[in-house]
Write a protein that binds this ligand. Structure first.
Ligand code: ATP
Ligand code: ATP
Ligand code: MG
Ligand code: MG
Lengths: 256, 256
C-alpha cells in the first residue's frame, strides 16, 4: 500500500509547495502513481500545477470537514501518473471548524485509506503553521519531509517542529518518522547559506539529505506556467536537484 | 494617540517580519516612540532584535490569552525609542484556545489601549495565516501594511487577504484601512520580478508604495546578529529602502 509523505515546516516561504510539487512530479516521471494533496488554504500546490478550481467544485475541504469521499475530489494533472486533491481558500476556516469536531486530528488519515490502495505515494503539502491542518497531515503520514531554507530564521523554528512531530507520534501516530531535512534556496555565493548548511548538518547529521536545492529563478518562474520544474525546464539545475532528491527519498523508503 | 499598524499577509516568507522590524527601527531612529508587537508563534520579530525570552517570562501570549497588562511584558530593545512586546511559541496554541473565548477578536485591541497613550506608533508582526491571531491584529489596527514578494505565488493570495480585511472592517473594526502594498525581495535582474511589479501596480495603483525593497543578502544576515538593518548595515541598500518606506508611511499617516 502507498506511503504517505507530509511536507511540513511552520516557517513560511521555505519551499514546502515547491518541494511537494517537484518531488511528486519527479516520482510520477519515474513511473510511480502519485497523489498530491493540497492542504494549504492558499492552494499553491493546486495552482502550481495549472489546476483552477471552479466555485462550488468539491475540494479537500469537503473531504476533511464534510466527510466527502476522496475519490470525488481527485483530479488528473497534466503529468502522467500524478493526480491532485485540490486545496481551497475554504480551508482557512477549517482550522477553526475542526476545533470542536469529532476525531478532528484523524480526518485526513481516514480519508486517505482508499487512496493508499490506488497509489504508490501520497504527498501532502502543508500550510505554514502548526495548527490542526498540519496535525491532520502528520497524523495521516508515515513520514515527514522538512524543507529548510538556507537563512537565519529557518533555524529558529526547528525545535518546535520536532516537538510537534514527537507529540503527534506519541499521541496520534506511532509510526510517524522524519524521513529527512532538505536544504532549499541555497545560494552558494553567500556566507549565510554555508553557515546554515553547517549548522543544520551539526544538528541533524545523516537526517539531512545529501541533495541540496539551489536558489534558481526557473523554480520561481515554473508556477506561473502551471508546470512543475521537471516539465517547465527539464534540464535546469532545479529539475536535476529535485530528481536527485526524489531518488534519495525512494532510497530511504526502501531502507525504512 | 498612537497609530497601530498591522503587517500582514497569509503567504509565508514574503518579508513581514523583516518589514515590521525595519520600519519600526527606522521610525524609532527618526524620533518616534515605537512599540513592536510580535504576534507570530515563531517569534522572529523578537529574536530578530536580539531578544531572548526565558522560560516562564511573560509574553504577548499572556496578554492575549491570559488578560495580563501589556506593560508587564514590554521590553526595551537595543534601539533607542523601540520597545518590544515579545512573542512566544505558546501562541501556536492561541489560535485554538481563542476559538471558544469571550471577545476573542478584540483581545489585542483592548490590550493595546494603554500602549496607544505611551507610544507614537505600534507595529504588529503577524503570522502567515488568516486565523484568529491575524484577525486580532486587524481588529486592533488602524492600518494594514501588506508586503508582497516579487514572485508568482505572492499574487495568488491577495484576493483572499483583501476579502478578510473587508470582513474585519465590516464586522469588527470600521476604521481599518490598507495603508499600502510594499514590493519586497525585488531582484531587478529577473523578468519575473518586473512582471509581478507590473501586475501589482495594475491591480492596486497608488496603494503601492513607491519604495521597493531590493533582494539583498544583508537583510537576510541582519537577524542572525539580532539587529535591524538600520543598525547592522546603515548604509546598505536595504537600510536606505526601509528608511524611505518608513518616511512614505509617515507621509500617508499624515494624509489620513
Ligand atoms: N530553490 C528555489 N529557488 C528560487 N525560488 C524558489 C525556490 N524554491 C521556492 N522558490 C520560490 O520561493 C517562494 C516560496 O516557495 P514556496 O511557496 O514553495 O514556499 P512554501 O514554504 O510553500 O511557502 P508557504 O509557507 O507560504 O506555504 C515561491 O515564490 C517559490 O516559487
Ligand atoms: N529584501 C530581502 N532580501 C533578502 N532576503 C530577505 C529580504 N527580506 C526578507 N529576507 C529574508 O527572507 C526570509 C523571509 O523573510 P521574513 O521572515 O521577514 O518573511 P515573513 O513574511 O515574516 O515570513 P513568515 O511568513 O514565516 O512569517 C528571511 O530569511 C529574511 O531574512
Ligand atoms: Mg506553500
Ligand atoms: Mg514572519
Amino acid at each position: 500500500t502507498a506511503t504517505v509523505l507530509a511536507v511540513a515546516n511552520q516557517k513560511g516561504g521555505v519551499g514546502k509547495t515547491t518541494t511537494a510539487i517537484s518531488v511528486a512530479a519527479a516520482l510520477a516521471e519515474s513511473g510511480c502513481h502519485v497523489l498530491l494533496v493540497d492542504l494549504d488554504p492558499q492552494g499553491n500546490a493546486t495552482s502550481g500545477l495549472g489546476i483552477r478550481v471552479a466555485v462550488g467544485q468539491p475540494t479537500i475541504y469537503d473531504v476533511v470537514i464534510g466527510g466527502m469521499d476522496l475519490h470525488r475530489v481527485v483530479l488528473d494533472s497534466a503529468i502522467a501518473g500524478l493526480r491532485v486533491a485540490p486545496g481551497s481558500i475554504d480551508l482557512a476556516g477549517a482550522e477553526i471548524e475542526l476545533v470542536p469536531a469529532v476525531n478532528r486530528e484523524q480526518r485526513l488519515r481516514r480519508a486517505l485509506v482508499p487512496a493508499r490502495a490506488a497509489h504508490d505515494v501520497v504527498v501532502v503539502d502543508c500550510p505554514p503553521s502548526l495548527g490542526l491542518l498540519t496535525v491532520n497531515a502528520l497524523t495521516a503520514a508515515d513520514f515527514v519531509l522538512v524543507p529548510i531554507q538556507c537563512e537565519y530564521y529557518a533555524l529558529e523554528g526547528l525545535g518546535s517542529l520536532r516537538r510537534n512531530v514527537d507529540l503527534v507520534r506519541s499521541q496520534l501516530n506511532p509510526n510517524l518518522e522524519v524521513i529527512g531535512f532538505v536544504l532549499t534556496m541555497l545560494d552558494a555565493r553567500t556566507k549565510l547559506s554555508h553557515q546554515v548548511v553547517d549548522e543544520v548538518r551539526t544538528h541533524f547529521g545523516d537526517l539531512v539529505f545529501r541533495t541540496r536545492i539551489p536558489r534558481s529563478v526557473r523554480l520561481a518562474e515554473a508556477p506561473g506556467f502551471g508546470q512543475p520544474i521537471t516539465v517547465f525546464d527539464p534540464g535546469s539545475r532545479g529539475a536535476l536537484a529535485y530528481r536527485r532528491l526524489a531518488a534519495e527519498v525512494v532510497e530511504r523508503l526502501g531502507d525504512a
